[in-house]
Design a protein around this ligand. Structure first.
Ligand code: ATP
Length: 219
């Protein structure tokens, strides 16, 4: 069944979400106060509307409360982002995701009941920092302030070793949840599975434990 989404704000972030949702076969309505932006998307979405989202009547007349999920991707105008979120909340929208510009913005969004707050620039910055610090870290996903999932490329040091002989659980307190080997993926690998150089290990654990493991595997 197709889900119905509304994206407010068609900057790079909102535009990219919109295109991906369409790609995934979803119904998307877009709203932007900039007519040029709307024209850019008018051919690919089910409904494209030029309008100011801080105007409650605009959102009401579009039946915004019937959408399953509304994404507020207004960037620089923090006031408009907050006011839009507040109106969506008051109109009874079930799920609201909002892009935050900074920590203060996030605090307010939390207070007024945004369901999901994202910081694309900050999060991407963190991921890239991990990658540039260690060539072996291919990707990084923060689960909480202290826990992450990390993709680590196995160096020659790990080649031929198994999780059992490396004693990964006991020594590092981390879990290898999957191994990517070329096109194959081994989910929940056995402790006796030999690791090969250039395997990509998908590791979950506390940041400090993962860091110790990263140092061990650095080539
Ligand atoms: P990105 O980094 O995603 O490109 P940004 O953080 O630079 O975006 P802006 O360009 O300020 O964010 O805003 C994103 C979009 O939101 C713009 O296309 C802008 O026209 C639209 N927008 C801003 N305020 C409103 C509003 N009140 N109602 C509708 N659209 C709005």
């Amino acid at each position: 069944m197709k889900k119905e989404f509304a994206v407010i704000g068609l900057g790079r972030f909102g535009g990219s979400i919109c295109r991906e949702l369409i790609e995934l076969g979803m119904e998307v309505m877009v709203i932007d106060k900039n007519e040029e932006k709307i024209n850019e998307f008018a051919n690919i979405v089910s409904h494209a509307v030029v309008g100011n989202s801080v105007d409650e009547n605009v959102l009401k007349s579009l039946g915004i409360r019937n959408f399953e999920h509304v994404i507020v991707a207004i960037g620089l105008d923090i006031q408009a982002s907050i006011l839009t979120t507040l109106i969506l909340k008051e109109l009874g929208v079930k799920k609201i995701t909002v892009k935050a510009q900074n920590d203060y913005h996030e605090k307010v969004l939390k207070k007024i009941g945004a369901d999901h707050i994202v910081h694309p620039e900050r999060d991407m910055g963190k991921r890239i920092a991990h990658h540039v610090v260690s060539n072996n870290v291919l990707d990084y996903l923060e689960l909480s302030d202290e826990h992450s999932i990390v993709e680590i490329k196995a160096s020659t040091r790990l080649d031929g070793h198994t999780m059992m002989d490396l004693d990964i659980r006991a020594r590092y307190g981390i879990t290898i949840v999957a191994i990517k080997r070329g096109q194959d993926i081994i989910v929940s690998p056995q402790a006796t599975e030999p690791i090969k150089e250039n395997d990509v290990l998908i590791v979950i654990g506390a940041d400090s434990d993962i860091n110790r493991f990263e140092k061990k595997v650095m080539s």
